[in-house]
Design a protein. Structure first.
Length: 162
């Protein structure tokens, strides 16, 4: 079964079981599928998103496992509801640029709060071409976060003592 059809059918099925009838619109973006959940009742969008996107992230994780088991390979997709992910991405890009300016001006590291890998990736990609700063992820598990570091990224040292 094709990924688009599978994601459409399983999203509708899962959300119907949750008591939230939705229309699912799947479109192809550059590197992934965008699965847009459009609930019949507009106020259900906030329920689908959850606190800081937690419900949306959980649904995406469940659908991702189901998709992997069905087609046998990883197919990247992003679950969207009420424009939440798009707004969040724009906010992260704006905050990343502000953090870069702050790190350059104060010559101090600027840390973001812990965030999921997809959000850390947005910050890293936004700042990869910025001059005078570099980024890295620090921490483990749920505490992993992005740090904006002033200066040029140090060259990776290679251990040639073997």
């Amino acid at each position: 079964m094709e990924a688009k059809k599978f994601l459409t059918e399983k999203s509708e099925f899962l959300l119907e079981k949750m008591g939230i009838p939705v229309r699912v619109e799947v479109s192809e973006q550059e590197d992934r599928l965008l699965v847009d959940l459009v609930p019949q009742e507009e106020e259900d969008s906030s329920f689908l998103i959850g606190f800081h996107g937690q419900t949306l992230n959980a649904l995406q994780a469940v659908l991702g496992v189901m998709l992997m088991r069905q087609i046998g390979e990883f197919k990247p997709f992003s679950l969207e509801a009420g424009g939440y992910r798009q707004q969040r991405e724009e906010e992260l890009r704006r905050r990343a640029l502000e953090a870069a300016d702050k790190a350059r001006f104060l010559l101090k590291e600027v840390s973001f709060p812990a965030m999921p890998s997809a959000e850390r990736r947005i910050v890293h990609l936004t700042l990869q071409e910025e001059k005078g700063i570099w980024t890295e992820s620090r921490g483990e598990g749920r505490e992993r976060h992005v740090v904006v570091v002033p200066g040029e990224k140090p060259a990776e040292s290679k251990d040639n003592s073997k």
